[in-house]
Design a protein around this ligand. Structure first.
Ligand SMILES: Nc1ncnc2c1ncn2[C@@H]1O[C@H](COP(=O)(O)OP(=O)(O)OP(=O)(O)O)[C@@H](O)[C@H]1O
Length: 255
């Protein structure tokens, strides 16, 4: 079974190619990073794979079914999207916001159950926001708001997670803890994770596979060990880097 796949996927914006002929298959338990320079099209690609915007050509399949065959409710239960920025239209509380992750499972006018509240409590504890349930979201710091968005996604418990720059606003400890948790959850629960990142070293450390977007539609995919190199990372950001290996971890440093 393939959780998420694209074939011959083309994405263009204002006539400009962002992604040309992308073929990839995400198998259960895999963690993928989506890397590329600013403005190269990472958000557009994530949104296309999530079914939030149409592709210009090619196909997306989730769980081996074409996107068009999924109802909105089915999709909301199966794949979760973390947007680049959180927008709070109403001054909801932390608890109300995290419980909104359960809405795909509720019927119209149905209230959240004790089980939903327990999932919300566990997710808030997981991201270190326990005790803040009654706080208004517009009083949270940037990092706290980001962690609340991640908790809301966890409460949704999607099989496939599509995350747009999940490390935004997170300090070092929260980055390392949450990335380790998301990847362990994906591997052990045999889900699928695709996240756009600006830190190639987070991809190198936590991910099994990468999609690289080089600009003008050029894309390539593959296992991290075979795809990331001094050459590809330097080309990706149009800036020279060199690899450092300490016997355990490899990372890339700008020259
Ligand atoms: N409606 C639009 N009209 C014209 N260009 C657009 C429109 N929407 C997005 N773009 C352009 O599409 C390109 C890809 O945008 P996208 O947000 O996917 O980039 P990104 O790789 O996620 O960037 P970043 O790393 O800066 O977040 C950008 O150059 C952006 O300016």
């Amino acid at each position: 079974m393939t959780l998420l796949a694209s074939s011959k996927l083309d994405i263009r914006v204002a006539g400009r190619p962002l992604c040309r002929g992308l073929d990839f298959r995400m198998q259960p338990g895999e963690c993928w990073a989506l890397l590329g320079a600013n403005g190269v099209g990472k958000t557009m690609l994530l949104h296309t794979l999530a079914g939030l915007r149409p592709a210009d050509a090619g196909h997306v399949r989730i769980n081996d079914r074409p996107l068009a065959d999924w109802s909105a409710r089915e999709l909301a239960r199966y794949r979760g999207v973390l947007f680049q920025d959180s927008q709070d239209t109403f001054p909801a509380s932390v608890l109300e916001t995290v419980l909104s992750g359960r809405h795909p499972y509720l019927r119209f006018w149905e209230f959240e159950s004790a089980h939903d509240h327990e999932l919300a409590r566990q997710a808030l504890a997981r991201v270190g926001l326990q005790g803040l349930e009654a706080r208004r979201v517009d009083t949270l710091s940037g990092g706290e708001r980001r962690r609340l968005a991640l908790a809301t996604l966890l409460v949704q418990s999607p099989r496939v997670m599509l995350l747009d720059e999940p490390s935004n606003h997170l300090d070092l400890r929260h980055q390392m803890r949450l990335f380790a948790y998301l990847c362990e959850l994906t591997r052990e629960g045999l889900g699928g994770l695709l996240m756009s990142l600006h830190d190639v070293n987070l991809a190198q450390r936590f991910c099994s596979h990468v999609i690289l977007m080089f600009g003008s539609g050029d894309v390539c995919t593959g296992p991290v060990a075979e795809t990331l190199s001094e050459h590809t990372v330097s080309r990706l950001y149009d800036y020279p880097v060199h690899a450092v290996y300490d016997g355990v971890h490899c990372w890339y440093q700008p020259d």
